[in-house]
Design a protein around this ligand. Structure first.
Ligand code: RFL
Ligand code: PHB
Length: 390
């Protein structure tokens, strides 16, 4: 088999790259280890920056998003029993974010791909990439009990944090930076109306909490939990009473609870791999970097990588020279590090960090008080939350 760009992974990065390249007349094959339903069943991100929305417009997959997405012009931070609103639009000249689940974006992108003639292989096993230090890289995999091989010009490593693409790069060619946080997020999705029209981020002595949503009838909430906790230790009742305990009493009193449709624990990590290009192999999204979810940046960073990468590949096929591809890693990383900083800052501001001692509690309190008093501090938060320019 032969294609121009072999894309490994059908998460948002791989699907969006496939769609933008398809619109530019570039041939791709997507190889995905899991089934289509498994990919659609993963509940993850919910908050989209304007840059991500514009890119989805350009990809021609935003009809439903523009109809059903919930426009948010601010959010609350709850601290010491009081809610403080961060007015994103006022602080950023009218910018906003849109709440629309990653699952729905994935569904829209999959539908667009199925409507095109582009190939996707689900349940592609033992994917292996070779010769990416040459101009004729190859990808091998197993499907339906048979082995297959693809010859291509480029391999796009969109296979997430645990994928094989980054892991295939020789150790001496890559530098990684990592911080693992000593706590996790327990997330619960339920068919209940959100407690508030906007998101509420909570810093409480019992730990961080977040009240988010997927629609006017669907709630997504998180509580900071211990890394050793298991889902079995968190029946729905315990989750809801813990969340209520972390919210201010007025909000807690209006919280409607219901059975979990989905519940999962996610570890928190900051991670960057440099560079993002190794000859004919190009990494994008979670394959190259991870942010803790507090700043709602993971999916948005995947989208901005694809903005730079798709433009560089399209330029390569139009001009025949790879100058733009040579700039991909530098351009993407400049934005990635700023999002890493912001996500680390939001995480440190809002979680309980007992291992850092009492001083961290006092510093956090001072930082939050300064934030609530200072328009300059709120502007820093708002312009990062709505997304820095591409
Ligand atoms: P994905 O989505 O992990 O997709 C990678 C795909 O590659 C496949 N794969 C392989 N395929 C073939 N061969 C192999 N060897 C393979 N190994 C893996 C996988 O099955 C998968 O389908 O990476 P991608 O596309 O880069 O997208 C990244 C985003 O999914 C991620 O950054 C966000 O979900 C992060 N995130 C959030 N981001 C936001 O922008 N806003 C948010 O509000 C937000 N909230 C979150 C989040 C992530 C969370 N978790 C659980 C990690 C909330 C949570 C709880
Ligand atoms: C979500 O709705 O899943 C969500 C929202 C905001 C975040 C993280 C996750 O910061």
């Amino acid at each position: 088999m032969r294609t121009q760009v072999a894309i490994i992974g059908s998460g948002p990065s791989g699907l969006l790259l496939g769609q933008l390249l398809h619109l530019a007349g570039i041939d791709t094959i997507i190889l995905e280890r899991r089934s289509r339903d498994y990919v659609l069943g993963r509940i993850r991100a919910g908050v989209l920056e304007e840059g991500t929305l514009n890119l989805l417009d350009r990809a021609g997959v935003s009809d439903r998003l523009r109809k059903e997405g919930l426009i948010h012009t601010g959010f609350d931070i709850c601290f010491s029993g009081e809610r403080h609103r961060i007015d994103l639009s006022k602080l950023t000249n009218g910018k906003k974010v849109v709440v629309y689940g990653q699952t729905e974006i994935t569904r829209d992108l999959m539908a667009a791909r199925e409507a095109s003639s582009a190939a996707t292989v689900y349940e592609a096993l033992d994917v292996e990439i070779t010769d990416f230090d040459t101009k004729r890289p190859r990808v091998g995999y197993r499907h339906d009990g048979q082995t297959h091989e693809i010859d291509c010009d480029f391999i796009a490593g969109c296979d997430g944090f645990h994928g094989i693409c980054r892991a295939s790069v020789p150790e001496d060619a890559i530098v990684t930076y990592e911080k693992v946080y000593p706590f996790g997020w327990l997330g619960l999705l339920s068919e209940t109306p959100p407690v508030s029209e906007e998101l509420i981020y909570v810093n409480d002595e019992r730990g961080f909490a977040l009240c988010s949503m997927r629609s006017p009838t669907r709630t997504r909430c998180y509580v900071q939990c211990s890394l050793s906790d298991t889902i079995e230790q968190w029946p729905d009742d315990r989750f809801w009473s813990e969340l209520k305990g972390r919210l201010d009493p007025e909000t807690a009193a209006t919280l409607l609870t219901g059975p979990a449709i989905e519940k999962s624990i996610a570890p928190l990590r900051s991670f960057v791999a440099e560079p993002m290009r190794f000859g004919s192999l190009l990494l994008a999204g979670d394959a190259a970097h991870i942010v803790p979810p507090t700043g709602a940046k993971g999916l948005n960073l995947a989208a901005s990588d694809i903005h730079y990468l798709s433009a560089a590949l399209i330029d390569f096929y139009a001009s025949g020279n790879d100058a733009e591809l040579g700039e991909y890693s530098r351009r993407a990383l400049a934005r990635i590090w700023k999002a890493e900083r912001f996500s680390w800052w939001m995480t440190t501001l809002l979680h309980q960090l007992p291992e850092d001692g009492d001083i961290s509690t006092k510093l956090q309190q001072a930082e939050l008080e300064y934030l609530f008093e200072s328009r300059a501090a709120q502007t820093m938060l708002a312009e990062n939350y709505v997304g820095l320019p591409y």
